[in-house]
Ligand binder design. Structure first.
Ligand code: NAP
Ligand code: HSE
Length: 443
């Protein structure tokens, strides 16, 4: 299903009326942007976009913007069903509860939905897209992935002539900020996280960010758009950044790599591989230089080759920018199936099991420096058919365990898991090995 084509400027001069559910960071930003750029947007759409209704928990809270002319609803789901609007903008958050109810209710009552809610889409994206298409309304979510970067539009529309083979990116600004600060300061994950929380850059409960879940939500959505498949969040292998140490960051630089939390989705012979975990990327790869809170997404298409978009993945302005882009499309009466092909035609791709992953690995061990340790480690690699690419050991302080770093040639995750299990059992290895996958992206 899609909006009527070419029905944009001047054809329908009635304003596009919207209801905003959630007036926090993003919701207040949307209201502010629409007010500040009212004339510019009206010119671009051929009609104005007007906020006529809103809902949040606390009616009395100062939102930093004038809401006096807006109809207030204490209950967001009632607003979604009853407000006299064309579009419901859901900016509450969460995969279940009120946010889901608002979106389902809005669609069921024939209203377009714009949302920034990646958790909701990761869990219920396919069902919501089906429902929206059955009602011939839009389900738009540019803000849900990489905030201000217009990557959904780029993949779904700008690259629509391509067969895509891979999409990957830095999808969580909090993790990228922490890894960047760890590299620049040499301080630990815990110290940098505590500082980021005190400055308000990281949530009080940072687990969705630092454990990779937020990036996994976004990756599952990107994969669906890139490969025309149902959203399969359950098929994403997820690891966060809690175990990344300053020592590994230093070794990475010495070896010509940088550690980034990436989300990577690609088609393999055994199905759709979706994984989020810390990666070693070559310093010369463009994505290695994306620092701080910035996000970047790279996509490989058979005709366009490789594209990369970078920018701010969060924050009031960038996220509101993406929400308003979706509203402008709807005001122009342009919308297409949420994931690029009709939801009923999305493929159900098998998830490629992680033990089939093929790649190179970085392994750092802490060992007691005594004769025969290297031989035992080398035997573990040999017995699992893993080929070593390089090895380095630092001089020791008397009595202290020493770090030993190995890099391997390409092997399977299953072989690597077996190797690590054996190495961990060696008496001279004093702590669990640190393993980080190497992604050899071409510069
Ligand atoms: P937020 O600042 O916590 O705002 C949430 C809003 O939802 C608040 O206004 C809150 O009301 C309202 N709310 C909560 N429960 C409600 C209920 N039961 N009924 C009605 N309203 C309710 O969150 P946010 O950062 O704006 O994020 C909103 C969405 O955007 C989330 O899905 C998030 O993942 C997504 N997103 C955010 C960013 C970002 O940079 N912040 C970036 C990309 C995507 P009160 O204000 O009255 O408490
Ligand atoms: N918490 C996210 C991040 C921002 O740190 O990137 C919202 O998508």
């Amino acid at each position: 299903m899609a909006g009527s084509s070419g029905a944009a400027r001047g054809v329908n001069a009635a304003p596009l009326k919207i209801a905003v559910a959630g007036l926090g960071t993003v919701g207040a930003g949307v209201v502010k942007l629409l007010a500040q750029h009212r004339d510019l947007i009206a010119k671009r759409c051929g009609r104005s976009i007007v906020v006529v209704a809103a809902s949040a928990r606390d009616r009395t809270k100062n939102r930093g913007t004038d809401l006096s002319a807006i109809e207030w609803f204490d209950d967001a789901a009632t607003m979604a069903a009853k407000a006299s609007v064309d579009v419901v903008v859901e900016l509450i958050g969460g995969a279940e509860g009120v946010a889901r109810n608002v979106c389902e209710t809005a669609i069921a009552s024939g209203r377009h939905v714009v949302t920034a809610n990646k958790a909701l889409l990761a869990h219920h994206g396919t069902a919501l897209a089906r429902a929206a298409e059955a009602k011939n309304v839009a389900l738009a979510y540019e803000a849900a992935v990489a905030g201000g970067i217009p990557i959904i539009k780029a993949l779904r529309e700008g690259m629509a002539g391509n067969r895509l083979s891979r999409v990957y990116g830095i999808l969580n600004g909090t993790c990228n900020y922490i890894l960047t600060a760890m590299r620049k300061s040499g301080r630990s994950f815990e110290e940098i996280l505590a500082e980021a929380q005190s400055l308000g850059y990281a949530e009080a409960d940072p687990s969705f960010d630092v454990d990779g879940i937020d990036a996994a939500h976004k990756l599952a959505i990107l994969a669906s758009v890139a490969f025309g498949c149902e959203v399969n969040f359950g098929g994403v292998h997820v690891e966060g950044i809690r175990r990344v140490s300053p020592m590994d960051i230093r070794f990475a630089e010495e070896l010509g790599y940088r550690i980034k939390l990436l989300g990577i989705a690609k088609l393999t012979e055994s199905g759709l591989e979706q994984r989020v975990h810390p990666c070693m990327v070559p310093l010369a790869a463009p994505i290695a230089s994306i620092d701080g809170v910035f996000n970047a997404v790279v996509a490989d298409g058979d005709y366009v080759d490789t594209i990369m978009q970078e920018g701010r993945g969060a924050g009031q302005g960038p996220t509101a920018s993406a929400v308003v882009a979706d509203l402008v499309d709807i005001a122009r009466q342009r919308w297409i199936p949420a994931f690029g092909v009709p939801a009923t035609e999305l493929a159900r791709l098998p998830a490629s099991p992680m033990d089939r992953h093929v790649g190179a690995y970085y392994i750092r061990l802490m060992v007691v420096d005594r004769p025969g340790v290297f031989a035992d480690v080398a035997a573990a690699l040999r017995d699992h058919d893993v080929s070593m690419e390089g090895i380095l050991q630092r001089t020791r302080q008397p009595g202290e365990p020493v770090p030993v770093v190995l890099t391997t040639h390409e092997t399977t995750e299953a072989a690597m898991a077996g190797t690590l299990k054996r190495i961990q059992g060696l008496g001279a290895v004093v702590e669990p090995p640190c393993m980080i996958r190497i992604e050899a992206f071409a510069p």
